[in-house]
Design a protein around this ligand. Structure first.
Ligand SMILES: Nc1ncnc2c1ncn2[C@@H]1O[C@H](COP(=O)(O)OP(=O)(O)OP(=O)(O)O)[C@@H](O)[C@H]1O
Length: 344
């Protein structure tokens, strides 16, 4: 069952732009330009795009903050703007740049206030807070006023605040922006755990693609207000011609370059002692198995395609690119690492 459904969602803003030295004229900017989106209950969706693509505007329409110029949306079966108060009880929102906590109050008091605002039964509140305290390590700073918290501590507080009323959908706009490595990891692990239980649907916008790789199976990419990709990360790699590479080091070069269907030889190095294959339609394990019948393999490495690279290309090229850009590999024989998932 879909917990989010949007059809033809559009948001136009009227902006004033310079038209000559003194004159300014009005222009309409379509921040979101006909987005169709369905999200199933329990799904973890990555909603990404370059700066100004329309991500935050979409989230604002889905959470009832902004009225769409056209199209319609239902979140938890409710119309976001018209039924905003009811919707607020069923969703949680974390906007990385904005806070829902009381600046001068300790976190603990903010959480208590939220319990009253959302009228959460004390036992439910206590159970959810207990879980967040343990998963997000809140105890060291629960009694510290919010204004004295580091960004990472505050973000953990924001996540807790957004979850204390038990929302069905959690909208996260850049939840790891500006966080140090440890805080990012804590937030990601927490969200992954949340996703594993399947109770909360997650919609996440981010510029940090490691967030997406870690958390989301499905990715919607938006550019200039329009959806340019909707599918799995694997589908994105397949569409943009980026493949996992298998690098094998041989004892002796083969007299002829081997031909493996589904895994073309991408390049040869070290006088034929190192072969690099692109896994187009076979697994890395199959490539290794077939090669081991042809030669003695000294070493094997698997190089994953880089999602950042793929997405950067998607932003700049509307059409799929067939020839992949592949990373330069070290020529040094010893530098090839042992496989770490060769069977995949
Ligand atoms: N209130 C507003 N008035 C006028 N234009 C706006 C307004 N809000 C957003 N825009 C414009 O709409 C477009 C989409 O903005 P939005 O904030 O949704 O993008 P985004 O994908 O979230 O970008 P970023 O990754 O930089 O946060 C941009 O061109 C932005 O300048």
């Amino acid at each position: 069952m879909n917990i989010i459904e949007a059809r033809g969602l559009r948001k136009d803003f009227t902006v004033r732009v310079r038209a000559g030295r003194l004159r300014r004229e009005k222009r309409v900017v379509s921040a979101v330009d006909g987005v169709d989106l369905t999200v199933a209950r329990g799904e973890m969706l990555g909603y990404i795009g370059p700066n100004g693509a329309g991500k935050s505007t979409t989230l604002k329409m889905l959470t009832g903050v902004l009225m769409p110029s056209a199209g319609e949306a239902r979140v938890c079966g409710l119309r976001p703007v018209a039924q905003r108060t009811r919707l607020a009880l069923r969703i949680g929102v974390v906007f990385g740049q904005r806070s829902q906590l009381w600046w001068d109050l300790p976190l603990r008091d903010s959480f208590d206030l939220l319990r009253h605002i959302y009228r959460v039964p004390p036992a439910d509140h206590a159970a959810r807070l207990r879980r967040c305290r343990s998963l997000l390590d809140l105890d060291d700073f629960l009694d510290v006023p919010v204004r004295q918290l580091s960004l990472g501590q505050r973000m953990r507080g924001e996540l807790t605040a957004a979850l204390l009323h038990g929302p069905e959908v959690l909208f996260l706009d850049e939840p790891t922006i500006g966080l140090d490595v440890m805080s990012k990891r804590a937030v990601r692990e927490f969200l992954a755990e949340l996703g594993r239980t399947g109770d909360t649907t997650l919609v996440l916008t981010t510029h940090d693609l490691a967030d997406i790789e870690r958390l989301c199976r499905r990715l919607v990419v938006i550019d200039h207000g329009r959806v340019v990709h909707d599918g799995s990360i694997e589908a994105l790699h397949a569409r943009y011609g980026s493949h996992r590479l298998v690098v094998v080091d041989l004892d002796e070069p083969l007299p002829e370059p081997p031909v493996l269907s589904g895994a073309p030889l991408h390049r040869t190095e070290a006088d034929g002692r190192r072969l690099v294959f692109a896994c187009e339609s076979v697994t890395a394990g199959e490539v290794v198995a077939r090669l081991s019948g042809l030669a003695t393999l000294r070493d094997i490495a698997i190089v994953e395609p880089d999602i950042e690279d793929v997405v950067a290309r998607l932003y700049t090229a509307p059409e799929p690119i067939v020839a992949p850009t592949l990373p330069t590999l070290p020529v040094d024989h010893e530098a090839v690492a042992a496989p770490d998932g060769a069977g995949r």
